[in-house]
Design a protein around this ligand. Structure first.
Ligand code: GLC
Length: 398
């Protein structure tokens, strides 16, 4: 096969990752839309006949043997792809490429594998048919070692050095449980099952984007996709919304127990266009703009500053435990704008750009100082290009 894509980080992440490539495609619109198309074309070469698309495609696998060692913690389905999924950001990327180029031919080319993937999610990962899809290992949300998964993974929050080895051991226990089982069987084992709010918001957003694109492409099924999106939105309101705290919580296990560890995920339904205005206002006023939780000098931290597990300086040497990530800010920026919080969105964009000016193009940043952390030359951090383009009139005036 021919391949041509952007590595998340040439030094740290040499393969093609599913949600990374979707973010890359959006950032590349500010460079050359043809590169955006190429990124998605390369990605969907990984689509399998049953609809499944893996979270990693191991192009150039032979040159990167360290990724096949146990400490890399990846579970393969095939020599060249993993047995793990990631959030379907690809639908939003396809919508953005259409909005930028008007190229319906490209939409028609990429829609079929993306539709098959969301149908796969619905068929295989919504076993209880409640409209919420389930992840079966923590890195399927893309939020690998987020402390919201600690209890389910048996990870102690102290001392910080214990986190990464405990996470690796726990991942391998999951891999042993899934070994030799089909995707369908893995999904019903219940060894780890999270109806993750961020994953489901991105799923609902994908269904909405696909409904629109299917309609534009003159293909059938737009109404069903729209209904499925609404259903996921309603399920999030019914099961994850906590009116007392004014937040959304992930649901763990078959008993759907709320996991009340405060991470940016709890605010993520701001991305839903039809979110109730009072709910959106509470998320923003009580939490996003709360300086004890999320409104730090360089927001939005992946974990609220009020949590004991908050690790802004990356002492745990593992991901999603406090630092600020630019893909999160990018999603929340557009969510804030659509709910009438344009000023908050602009301030978030301003601080995000300032953070990158200080910290460089890194994987994540210390929310107190903007120091760059993790991988270098991290590609989705170039989503700042999209924020700058959206804010251009304001920036130019300033
Ligand atoms: C890290 C991130 C994950 C991302 C991958 C490649 O594992 O946690 O979300 O997809 O790196 O950048």
């Amino acid at each position: 096969m021919r391949y041509d894509f952007v590595c998340p980080s040439p030094t740290h992440y040499p393969f093609q990752w599913f949600w990374d490539s979707a973010f890359h495609a959006i950032a590349l619109l500010q460079v050359d839309p043809e590169l955006s198309k190429q990124e998605l074309r390369c990605l969907v070469q990984g689509a399998q006949p049953d609809g499944y698309i893996a979270h990693m495609l191991l192009w150039e696998r032979r040159g990167n043997p360290e990724w096949l060692k146990p400490e890399a913690c990846i579970r393969l389905d095939h020599p060249f792809f993993t047995g793990t999924i990631q959030p379907p950001v690809i639908a939003r990327a396809l919508e953005r490429i259409y909005d930028a180029t008007g190229d319906l031919g490209f939409v028609r080319e990429i829609l079929p594998p993306v539709l098959r993937f969301v149908h796969w999610l619905e068929r295989v990962r919504d076993a209880d048919r409640d409209g919420l899809v389930t992840i079966i290992q923590p890195d399927e949300s893309g939020l690998d070692a987020s402390p919201k998964y600690d209890a389910a993974m048996g990870i102690p929050s102290h001392p910080p050095e214990a986190t990464l080895p405990a996470w690796r051991r726990s991942m391998h226990r999951l891999f042993d449980a899934y070994a030799g089982k089909s995707h369908e069987e893995q999904a019903t084992l219940g060894v780890f099952a999270f109806e993750d709010v961020m994953m489901n918001v991105i799923y609902a957003d994908a269904l909405r984007a696909l409904a629109r694109l299917v309609g534009l492409a003159g293909m059938p099924g737009a109404d069903d996709l729209e209904r499925a999106s609404d259903r996921t939105h309603d399920a999030l309101m019914q099961k994850s919304w906590d009116p007392k705290r004014g937040l959304f919580w992930d649901l763990s296990g078959s008993r759907e127990e709320r996991v009340t560890v405060l991470t940016f995920t709890s605010l993520f339904p701001l991305v839903l266009p039809d979110l109730d205005a009072d709910v959106a206002k509470r998320l923003v006023d009580e939490h996003l703009l709360n300086e004890r939780e999320f409104w730090l000098p360089y927001p939005v931290p992946s974990v609220a500053a009020s949590e004991a597990s908050f690790d802004p300086a990356w002492l745990t040497k593992t991901t999603w435990r406090g630092p600020t990530w630019i893909n999160v800010n990018w999603y929340l920026y557009w969510g804030l704008r659509q709910h009438g919080f344009a000023d908050v969105a602009s301030e978030l964009a301003r601080r995000t750009v300032a953070m990158q000016a200080i910290g460089g193009i890194r994987e994540f940043y210390d929310p107190r100082t903007a120091a760059g952390e993790g991988a270098t030359n991290f590609a989705w951090s170039c989503l700042v290009l999209d924020l700058i383009a959206a804010e251009e009139p304001t920036l130019t005036r300033a």
